[in-house]
Design a protein around this ligand. Sequence first.
Ligand SMILES: Nc1ncnc2c1ncn2[C@@H]1O[C@H](COP(=O)(O)OP(=O)(O)OP(=O)(O)O)[C@@H](O)[C@H]1O
Ligand SMILES: [Mg+2]
Length: 459
Amino acid sequence: MIGKSLKNYVVEEALGKGGMGMVYRARDTRLGRSVALKILKPEVVQDPDRRRRFIQEARAASAVNHPAIAQIYEIEESDDTTFISMEYVDGSTVRQLVERGELDLSAALEVAIQVADGLARAHEAGIVHRDIKSDNVMVSRDGHPKILDFGLAKLIDIGRDSDAGASRLETVTRTQAGMILGTIHYMSPEQARGLPTDRRSDVFSFGVLLYEMASGSLPFKGASVLDTLHAIAYQETQPISSLKANLPYSLQKVIDRCLQKKPEDRYQNLRETVADLKRVKREVESGVTGGVPLLERVRFWLGGMTTKGMIWAAVAGAVVGGLFFSWLLGNGPGENWGGLIFVGLAGLFIFRRFRNRGQREARRFVKKASAFREVRLITLHKGEFTVAVEKPTAKTYLKLNALLTAANERLYHGDPMTLVIREELAEVDLRKLLASPGVRFLREDPRRPGKMKAAGTGG
Ligand SMILES: Nc1ncnc2c1ncn2[C@@H]1O[C@H](COP(=O)(O)OP(=O)(O)OP(=O)(O)O)[C@@H](O)[C@H]1O
Ligand SMILES: [Mg+2]
């Protein structure tokens, strides 16, 4: 194939092989630029009806313009060959970057933000990708992510669209027979079951990609195709923090929301995902990340119990344990109502302590942080501390972060608290902060050690 001409293209180099055929780098002699040519296998384009619909879809996809989407230039035929010419990306696929360990957290987040933004744009134009995976996202040498193969997956999906509700096994058999799908690890549960898909299916596949970029491994893996599909449809994923150290809990939450089994529980709009990912990125860049609360970890060991369920389980455990103890001590519970009431009250006490944990940890944080001379003001609003500091050192940041991590670790349930540190605020900004809700501490005279001014309980 190398050196051959197809219409106005001269094939120069093989780039890779995929489910639909080979991909080559070629020279467009008319426009004098490099392009990527995907030469479709004949069996893929045999059925004229399928072909027509495929071309329609590709044409629609080529109209979507976004810096993170590799442009489709044209679909052409020469002799017996059908090929697609598209933007050539000089770089590596995300899969290669992950395999070579070249994506650190902040790079992964940047790629994710841009890919989600590109996908959001396509969704707004009514185009669903249907084959989001790490092979279909490249990062150019100068660091720009590009989504490949937009709209092209329709070709392999058409057969499945027409018979919604086909059994999973049937889908699998077809998948295996055709081997067109290459990998099934990124399929959404509805895709895996052969049901109709919409943009929310892309949200799921994007979640798989995000998981892979952050942790280096895939969330759903089975020994066989069927096992993998079973995992996609029914299994919870392992938290990314158990695979790689220092991954923020806020990122886990974004991933979890993408990977919900029911489409209606996922992000309905990727614009929201973009906003959340930007927040995670800021958190990572400021070096302030919340750890995973203990209860979340326990919840995972217990296979996904709700917070309320766990509190009740703890109370019930305490009561049963107490009863057992009083039994051991030789006072049958039947004769000893006093003991029973005591155990009940103890359970209630434990429950209350459990419930008020968040407020107590917040108070403890304020008390300890306000002892630092550099701290001028602390507010707490919706679980986020804002700490205004003056003449901070690196140590100030470290100490405040350590306090927050410790508080979050003691937090047995609920979302972890977050922290924003603001440095050298002008008096007017300080006043603005002071007027905002949830002021917990103010040092009136910066030269004197801490004294509580306002200590509202809201926040
Ligand atoms: N536009 C492009 N620019 C540069 N390289 C490309 C481009 N498109 C594809 N490639 C390279 O060719 C390889 C094969 O791509 P192809 O899309 O055929 O396979 P795939 O993505 O693995 O599977 P699928 O057929 O499901 O998309 C890619 O992994 C990538 O390395
Ligand atoms: Mg591809």
